[in-house]
Ligand binder design. Sequence first.
Ligand SMILES: C[S@@+](CC[C@H](N)C(=O)[O-])C[C@H]1O[C@@H](n2cnc3c(N)ncnc32)[C@H](O)[C@@H]1O
Length: 407
Amino acid sequence: MLSLASQIETAASSPPIDAGERRALYDAAKKLLNVTEDPFDTIYRVNNSPMILTFSHIACELGIFNSLANSTVPITTTTLAQSSKADPLLLSRILCFLASHDLIMEADENSYAATTITRTLARPGFKAGIAHSFMAIMPCLLAAPQFLADTKYANPDDLVHSPFQAAHNTKEPAFAWAMRQPRIMDDFNLWMSELHDGRKSWLDVFDFAEHASNPSADTLLFVDIGGGIGQQCALLKKVHPKLLGRVVLQDQPFVIPQAIPVEGVEKQSYDIWTEQPLKGAKVYYLRNILHDYPDEKSITIIQNTLSAMSSESVLVIDEIIIPNKGAHSRSTEIDMTMMVSFASTERTEKQWISLLNNAGLKVLSKKVYNDATGQSAIIAVPDCSFFFPPLPHPRISAVRCDPSLDV
Ligand SMILES: C[S@@+](CC[C@H](N)C(=O)[O-])C[C@H]1O[C@@H](n2cnc3c(N)ncnc32)[C@H](O)[C@@H]1O
């Protein structure tokens, strides 16, 4: 055992560079931690976990991670107090806490330096993520126990009656409320951009060009329904710059003006509770929309889209699929966030299939593109057999004969 401990020490002082090797070592170390943790360590870790978020947020606001990350030499508490304008005594206590949790390194008495974690926390998008979690989500988590007790532990499914409304003292849905909070929206958008920037996306697992099959300039190529500020339209244009056809971003009237300007992307105000006005697009796309709503409302959104689909159309649903067994903590954490802030849900594979079938869709394929979160592209078309008289849909007839494609 001693030799294993010293091997771990060696690995810690010189971690592998290869991403795969690092991940394997990290996963193994986590397993080891879980089985070796002393009960007192467990209870203190659980009890005090909100402190990490709280004081990381405070340190971000004071610019501590940035100052350390930008310096090649350790910085004293006095200098950090001068640059942050915080009381040196207060700051010394916060720095001591951060160092004890390895978020920064104690180089000497009252002197600190950056670690890999410090540099991570100094990234603008990650800082924004911390601020968003602290200011928007944490109050909902605090309100959740009383809210769930008051509602007799019913599964929250009303987006204007969730811990969010109790926490933020509002009657509005979370998004409508957030739109009037510039700091929250700025942090959220920055955080979402950082989360998805340069990472795998649905376009890595869905062959858009093949599906579009030689579009012309006026082909309605892509409609991103509830597409927010238009990151996926921008991504599509970046990945397929030469593809002809119309790319349309749809969202609420107050969101559309905030969309990022991208040449060739049309913007349209559209309300998802009404029939889709753009008919016969090659690809309709819903990303992180259905997880905001319970099944009944999700079915309405899907059917409003379905009514516009032609035999050439597919619906791409870009959402987390939680495996029926063995979910990753990243996806269950997002599920809890959905519960407390939108009274909504991430869905398991079984729940997705049931929802989509009930909405009159047939799933052609589902492809996971982020193993940790289970974020996936679900490709679906109208299920002709659901309708009477049946709709002609060439893709369906082929698929329906091949039970191996059933997911
Ligand atoms: C969780 S965000 C997802 C945004 C984007 N699809 C993405 O994945 O980044 C939900 C989006 O749905 C939009 N939305 C909410 N209610 C809507 C409505 N009634 N009509 C159209 N869009 C709506 C919001 O404005 C927001 O942009």
